[in-house]
Design a protein. Structure first.
Length: 301
C-alpha cells in the first residue's frame, strides 16, 4: 500500500486481529459453544454497521475501538467517527428542487441529499470496473458502510467479487445493464436497460433492488417511469464526488452538508493516480475532518 508506513503492518495487524476477535467475533463461529452475548446497539442500530451478519453483537465502544486500530493499519489520517443509530422514523424523500420532471409526483424522486439533522453523509460507489480485494478487506475492517450501484457489462466477469461484498452487508443496486445515456433512448430501450438490470441483480444476488442511479446522473420522465415499472422507489444521485486526490462539489460553498450523498467509483490505477484504498483515505480525511460520520444510506430511506 502506497500510504502505509514501513514496519507498522505486523504490529498493527496483530493488535487489530486480537481486538477484532475480542470485539467483533466472526460470522462463522460455532453456534452454541460460546457464552451468550448481551445484545448491544452499534451506531447503525445493528451489529457490525456495514459488515458481517450472524456474529455476536458488539457495543458501540468495542466497534469504535476496533475501528481505531484498523484506521492505523490502513493509514487513515484519523479514526472515522461513529454514526448515530438509524432514525426510527425515515425522512420524507422528495425531488431536489430543480431536478423534477413533468408529472413526477408519482415517480421515484431524484435527490442529492437526505433530509436529516444528523451530521452524517452517505458513501455510494458506481459501475464495478475495479475489483480490488484490498478494498473489500479495508472496508470490512474499518466498518465503513457504503452502497453499490452496479452496471452489468462491468461486473458480469466477476459476480463473485460483488457477492463477497454483499456478504459484508453492502446492498447491490441498479446502474443499468450497459451504462448508456438514457435520455437519448426510447422509453422501451430505457426500460430494457433498467428492468434488465433488475432481473440480473435478482438472478445473481437474490434480491430485487429499489434504488436506481441513472448513468451520468442524466434522466428524463421516461427514465423514471421505466424505473418505477420494475420496482424502483428512489433515484439517489450525489452532492459530492470523491477521487484519490480531491473532492469535487455540486454546491458553490464546496462543503459537506448533513445528509449529503457522496459518489465515487470502482476504479484503480488505470483511471486514477492511486487505488481504491487511496480514495477511501482521501474521502475519509475530508469527512472526518469536517466532523461527519459515514452512515448507511438504506437506514435513512
Amino acid at each position: 500500500m502506497g500510504h502505509r508506513v514501513a514496519g507498522t503492518r505486523g504490529r498493527y495487524g496483530v493488535a487489530l486481529a486480537a481486538l477484532l476477535v475480542a470485539a467483533l467475533g466472526t460470522a462463522c463461529g460455532s453456534s452454541g459453544s460460546a457464552p451468550a452475548v448481551k445484545k448491544a446497539t452499534t451506531e447503525s442500530g445493528r451489529a457490525g454497521a456495514s459488515g458481517a451478519q450472524g456474529g455476536p453483537a458488539v457495543s458501540a465502544a468495542q466497534l469504535q475501538q476496533a475501528r481505531a486500530v484498523a484506521a492505523k493499519k490502513w493509514g487513515l489520517a484519523a479514526t472515522p467517527l461513529a454514526a448515530p443509530p438509524a432514525p426510527k422514523t425515515k425522512p420524507e424523500i422528495t425531488f431536489r428542487k430543480g431536478f423534477e420532471v413533468e408529472d413526477g409526483d408519482s415517480l421515484p424522486p431524484v435527490f442529492t441529499t437526505v433530509p436529516t439533522e444528523d451530521k452524517v453523509v452517505f458513501l455510494t460507489i458506481d459501475d464495478g470496473a475495479e475489483k480490488d480485494p484490498e478494498f473489500l478487506k479495508m472496508m470490512q475492517e474499518l466498518k465503513i458502510p457504503f452502497t453499490a450501484f452496479l452496471s452489468d457489462y462491468l461486473v458480469r466477469d466477476n459476480y463473485a467479487y460483488f457477492k463477497q461484498m454483499q456478504s459484508q452487508g453492502v446492498s447491490i443496486n441498479n446502474h443499468t445493464l450497459n451504462h448508456r445515456y438514457l435520455p437519448a433512448l426510447s422509453y422501451e430501450k430505457q426500460r430494457q436497460e433498467i428492468c434488465g438490470m433488475q432481473d440480473t441483480i435478482q438472478k445473481e444476488f437474490g434480491k430485487r433492488p429499489t434504488l436506481f442511479r441513472p448513468p451520468y446522473g442524466n434522466y428524463n420522465e421516461d427514465t423514471l417511469r421505466a424505473a418505477k415499472s420494475c420496482g424502483i422507489k428512489a433515484a439517489p444521485i450525489w452532492n459530492a464526488e470523491a477521487f484519490t486526490d480531491r473532492m469535487d462539489w455540486r454546491e458553490e460553498d464546496k462543503d459537506l452538508h448533513p445528509g449529503d450523498i457522496i459518489l465515487t467509483h470502482f476504479r484503480g490505477r488505470e483511471d486514477w493516480k492511486g487505488t481504491m484504498p487511496d480514495m477511501i483515505r482521501q474521502v475519509m480525511k475530508t469527512v472526518t475532518a469536517k466532523g461527519y460520520a459515514v452512515a448507511r444510506l438504506e437506514d435513512y430511506l
